[in-house]
Design a protein around this ligand. Structure first.
Ligand code: HEM
Ligand code: HEM
Ligand code: FES
Length: 440
């Protein structure tokens, strides 16, 4: 029997007559953008939809979906599209639109009305010369610039499994590990975010802000410890909150970056969480922090000792993607130059395909901070490529064209480290996608 699936918001109605298709399969078959980080395995929850009509025309929730809904306190109208099979007409609304939103979802897993103690890392980033920016450039589109700014500095938090907790005045606060994880992973995420924010600011200073003759500076303090998290507040307005001594200490550490003229300072608890010889440390300080009896040992963070693949990818992606259409057109031109026959594999218009490609790259970079989801998704993506007629020999072609495009779009910002990182990342993605099924 034919079913009508209606997408509220974009006003599209599509038909389906195959019982084996989930709502996610139906979106994909109709090229409706629908996030699905884990490739439809019911693990990531990014495919969630609100069912506006026809909830009884879906299969009941399986155990996995029941557990997910319970843990995240969803109301019954929310379903995982990848686990929902329509038997009749359904009207739905997609709920997650960008990879950036995905990490904010961690807030759902924190308790409501009470607070629970969890080990987390806290990052305070203070922007300097910022007031300068708002008073001297009234003619310029300040809102535009500020948004650009918040995006550039917020993305490194999100790309590393963190939550943007608050903007307070000139400060951005990120928290890491609210849904668990090992101590070294939580601290490494925070460290990578701090270094990423520093890179992002340097890039803004050298591009957009240079034309305005402004140079912004930042100071970042990172701490690790047990804090209370939960949704607290008036019964009608409960907010995600993080409270406790480690939060205050992180703020104090940030203040010390001014005194010590350093970009990033980490506490001893952070330093001790990371395996020895991983971090490049500059000066070490012993400082009195306001409200603390014992002086604290602080370490100036300069970077990772060895090339860190994720940091390199994260820092280069926004530069590569400043003009996504250009990226896609250089890439496909190169693919078809190396292998003209590959052109016959593509059914869709190349503009859509290019949009998809750039989104995918972004998606992969975000997902690398949660590789457990990524692998299942990539395996399925690879199986689909076999159906498109893709063979093992196509992969090196795509890789070469991709590296060529990355190099070209990065221009002067490119480094050898960065190319090495992309090389390894593409090898990883393609090995998983090729699996055993791809014909050679
Ligand atoms: C890093 C490796 C790759 C990634 C991440 C990737 C990603 C994607 C995605 C997300 C789609 C759309 C989803 C879908 O329809 O299943 C797609 C479609 C496609 N890809 Fe790839 N792909 C990769 C490598 C390749 C290679 C090596 C080829 C061979 C030339 C290729 C050819 C195609 C074709 C022909 C389609 C279908 C386009 C259409 O329907 O017109 N891809 N790819
Ligand atoms: C079974 C494998 C997969 C298939 C068939 C598939 C297919 C698709 C299709 C058809 C779209 C909509 C494209 C459009 O906007 O027109 C899409 C979007 C997207 N996919 Fe996948 N994909 C697969 C795996 C993955 C994986 C593993 C990731 C994450 C690493 C991913 C991340 C994304 C993202 C981020 C978008 C959103 C793009 C946008 O906002 O337009 N996909 N995918
Ligand atoms: S839970 Fe549905 S795609 Fe991950």
């Amino acid at each position: 029997m034919k079913q009508k699936i209606t997408y509220a918001g974009i006003n599209r109605v599509v038909e389906n007559d195959d019982d084996m298709n989930s709502l996610l399969d139906i979106s994909i078959a109709n090229q409706i953008t629908h996030l699905h980080e884990c490739g439809g395995h019911g693990r990531c929850t990014t495919c969630r939809v609100r069912i506006l009509e026809g909830i009884n025309n879906l299969n009941p929730k399986n155990q996995l979906e029941q557990e997910t809904s319970y843990a995240r306190k969803w109301d019954p109208s929310i379903r995982l599209a990848c686990q929902s099979y329509p038997k009749g007409d359904v009207t739905l609304q997609r709920l997650i639109w960008s990879m950036g939103e995905v990490n904010q979802l961690q807030k759902e897993l924190s308790p409501i009305g009470k607070a629970e103690e969890r080990p987390i890392a806290i990052l305070f980033c203070d922007l300097r010369n910022y007031t300068n920016l708002s008073s001297n450039n009234l003619n310029y589109d300040i809102a535009f610039l500020l948004n650009k700014f918040y995006t550039a500095l917020g993305d490194p938090i999100l790309m590393n499994n963190g939550i943007i907790y608050q903007y307070v005045g000139d400060e951005i606060i990120g928290v890491f590990g609210t849904t668990g994880g090992t101590r070294d992973k939580i601290c490494k995420d925070a460290i990578r975010a701090g270094l990423g924010m520093h890179y992002a600011l340097t890039h803004l200073n050298n591009t957009e802000l240079k034309d305005l003759d402004i140079k912004l500076d930042s100071g970042i303090g990172i701490n690790f410890g047990k804090a209370y998290i939960g949704h607290l507040g008036h019964p009608t307005h409960k907010q995600f909150s993080v409270i406790g001594d480690p939060v205050n200490v992180a703020s104090r550490i940030q203040e010390q970056t001014k005194v010590t003229q350093s970009k990033i300072l980490i506490s001893k608890t952070v330093y001790n969480s990371i395996p020895k010889d991983t971090l490049e440390i500059g000066e070490t300080y012993v400082k009195e922090l306001k409200g603390k009896e014992e002086p604290a040992e602080l370490f100036e963070l300069l970077g990772f000792k060895e090339m860190d693949m994720q940091l390199e990818l994260q820092a280069s992606l926004p530069i590569m993607m400043e003009n996504p259409e250009e990226f896609a057109s250089i890439f496909y031109e190169k693919v078809f130059e190396i292998d003209p026959e590959a052109k016959s594999l593509f059914r869709n218009n190349m503009t859509d395909q290019g949009r998809l490609l750039t989104h995918m790259l972004g998606g992969i970079i975000y997902s690398l901070s949660r590789p457990e989801h990524l692998v299942t998704g990539l395996q399925r993506l690879g199986e689909n490529h076999v159906k498109y007629g893709v063979q093992a020999t196509h992969y090196p072609v795509v890789k070469e064209a991709m590296l060529y495009t990355i190099n070209k779009t990065l221009g002067e910002s490119n480094t050898e480290k960065c190319m090495t990182a992309w090389n390894s990342a593409l090898d990883f993605v393609m090995e998983v996608m090729k699996g055993k099924e791809t014909p050679s």
